[in-house]
Design a protein around this ligand. Sequence first.
Ligand SMILES: NC(=O)c1ccc[n+]([C@@H]2O[C@H](COP(=O)([O-])OP(=O)(O)OC[C@H]3O[C@@H](n4cnc5c(N)ncnc54)[C@H](OP(=O)(O)O)[C@@H]3O)[C@@H](O)[C@H]2O)c1
Length: 277
Amino acid sequence: MSRIARYLRIFYRRVEFFTTFLLVQRVMQRSLLLKIMNKTILITGASRGIGAACVRYAEKMGLGVVATARSKDKLDALQEQYPTIQTIVADISTAKGRETIASRIKQPLDFLLHNAAVLYPPKKLIEADNTEFTQSITINVEPIIFLTQQLLPQLKQAHDKARILTLTSRAANNAYAGIGSYCISKAAALMATNVLKTELEPMGILINSYSPGVVDTAMQKTLRSSTDEIFPYSSDFKQLKTDNKLITPKHVAEHLITALTSLPETGFMHDTIKFKP
Ligand SMILES: NC(=O)c1ccc[n+]([C@@H]2O[C@H](COP(=O)([O-])OP(=O)(O)OC[C@H]3O[C@@H](n4cnc5c(N)ncnc54)[C@H](OP(=O)(O)O)[C@@H]3O)[C@@H](O)[C@H]2O)c1
């Protein structure tokens, strides 16, 4: 065989391989699209930060999105940008707010993202404000239990097994001075998630926690506003911001929504899912 003929053969084999690769990729994209078509996700804390980024990415993936938070102006702005999403203005720390959300969701609920949370400006736990402590629990823990409880009928109607993710943090497992109320609330939220994991699985509902890492949101701004004397990691977080090393909400949203919708069941249920760049 001449040299030219040999080169041509190699060239055609590569073209063939590349075409097959593109075809497989298109089939996989199509099957993922078919998998999430007609499915609905509810995202709490959708007005900014990780929650708003998740709304954008879930909408882009073709999911029906229900976005909830207290800030009507921010939800209205999101809906103007993404007219197909449904928005619900509600305070998830109150029974009334949670009832409003449950009563407005008429369709089966395939995915639920418990993302909303509060972190008050750092303060030593020994000097804690009782109202802020209570609010940390009612906002960061109670919805995981009681909003899930209210949404059980819609979750049970999910197309496949419904999946729930709750946002956790290193603060759930580590004692950080200055953000004690947040640490306690996140530890309780993680335990609530793990107890629900054992109770919901027999009902065909899967729940797990997701740890996003250090993300560039309003919550991080609150941590940077402190001093090392009150919150010893304040300088570290300021440095991460200066060095442009904070994770973007967009990156977290892409990883989180993909994990929520596409991880095989065993991978989804294994342990806390962690953000991977
Ligand atoms: N950023 C990080 O580095 C980091 C690290 C680890 C874990 N996390 C976790 O990731 C999640 C999102 O954090 P983020 O940084 O995106 O926070 P963020 O920017 O402060 O956003 C918090 C969201 O929660 C909503 N929210 C607060 N209280 C609420 C209430 N009572 N009712 C309804 N919605 C309420 C807020 O909306 P409204 O004010 O409009 O109600 C807002 O949309 C949280 O669970 C957080 O603990 C974040």
